[in-house]
Design a protein around this ligand. Structure first.
Ligand code: ADP
Length: 357
């Protein structure tokens, strides 16, 4: 409301200024010519447009044009024009002032945009700073948690050897905490660029074989169907073997964890354009549409997921960070008619390229 009033007042003030300038020039009309009048009006219009925008500038231009014609172009006191040449002067004046008002409007908008952009950049910089600070704190805290954990574990082992069963629980919990701390440290390290990943040419089959071996112990009779796309004799990609294996194993473990035991989990490998895709498919509940952006964030767990189902919600964010740190991608898509497809894509390598190298 007050802004609207302020705008009204500035318009009224500038119209009054135009009237005052006109009055002043009428008083000395015999001593000045049309060029002086045009210049005086232009100065007022330019200042007004630079401060309050093009709409006021254009309104002032039209007002000044009418005053110009009425008071300073003979015959005075009418809008009629005696000399046809004066029409040219008036038209040139109107054109110049309107164009100038619009130019000033654009300059004003551009400078407003530029300061918006500067503010946005400031904001981004502070977000980045906060996130690297978070990583640093995470790394420090995780490191300090590790030392007492090692002591707890050693003592628990000692007590267990004396025959106290409760020590086993302490050991288990210490192990859980230890793996949580390791995960936290890893996230901090990967995100801060401190983890060294070595993307090298590797065969898809080797990765799949190693992943199957790793999950063997957790299968409990469940089936994993491996589908390697037929046709291509050798599927090769560029990735860090150990870290990609870790991400893939995590995806398979999640698929086993979140889908019914009667449904097999599938691991499909295929080449798609410049990418080699490792997809893990399950028949679990899938991820609801609104949550799909968030599953790769640290500590994300689906609302309502039982507290004992799995870890702290770090696995997917580690896998995602591992992908990003080596030019790979981790994506989610829903599976029809139900379930999830998590795909880890690595840059594909043509076999001819390898033999030439
Ligand atoms: P967690 O240790 O909790 O499994 P993750 O980061 O691996 O952590 O997964 C984060 C959350 O994403 C899980 O808690 C679960 O809610 C959801 N999720 C992950 N994988 C699947 C899947 N295959 N099917 C359904 N939900 C999944």
């Amino acid at each position: 409301m007050s802004e609207l009033l302020g705008r009204h007042w500035s318009w009224i003030a500038w119209l009054l200024i135009i009237v005052a300038v006109t009055w002043g020039m009428v008083v000395v009309r015999n001593d000045i010519d049309e060029a002086h009048v045009a210049l005086a009006y232009l100065v007022v219009i330019l200042i007004a447009s630079s401060q309050h925008g093009g709409a006021l500038g254009i309104t002032l231009s039209i007002t000044a044009f009418l005053f110009f014609d009425w008071f300073f172009v003979a015959p005075y006191g009418t809008l009629a024009v005696a000399k046809p040449f004066d029409w040219g002067v008036l038209a040139a004046f109107l054109l110049t002032s309107v164009v100038a008002a619009r130019l000033f409007e654009r300059v004003r908008l551009e400078s407003a945009l530029a300061s918006d952009r500067a503010r946005e950049l400031d904001h981004l910089a502070s977000v980045r700073e906060a996130s690297s600070l978070k990583d640093a704190v995470l790394a420090a805290v995780s490191h300090d948690l590790r030392t007492p954990l090692t002591t707890i574990k050693a003592l628990a082992t000692e007590i267990a050897s004396e025959g106290d069963d409760r020590a086993l629980t302490i050991q288990e919990e210490a192990d859980r905490l230890n793996s949580l701390v390791t995960d936290l440290l890893d996230i901090a390290r990967i995100n801060s660029g401190g983890a060294t990943l070595n993307p090298e040419p590797n065969e898809a089959e080797d990765l799949v074989g190693a992943a199957m071996q790793r999950v063997q112990g957790t299968l409990c009779g469940r089936e994993i169907k491996v589908v390697l796309e037929p046709g291509d004799p050798l599927l090769v990609g560029r990735f860090d073997f150990a870290q990609t294996l870790r991400a893939l194993v995590n995806l398979i473990e999640n698929a086993l964890k979140y889908s019914p035991p009667t449904e097999p989990v599938e691991l499909r490998v295929k080449r798609e354009g410049g990418w080699l895709l490792f997809s893990v498919l399950d028949r679990g509940p899938g991820i609801p549409e609104g949550e799909r952006e968030r599953i790769f964030e640290p500590f994300y767990r689906q609302p309502g997921s039982p507290p004992d189902a799995g870890g702290a919600g770090l696995g997917l964010s580690i896998a995602h960070a591992l992908a990003a740190a080596q030019n790979c991608k981790l994506t989610y898509e829903p599976r029809s008619p139900g379930g999830s497809i998590f795909t880890f894509s690595v840059p594909a390598i043509d076999v001819e390229e390898l033999t030439q190298a």
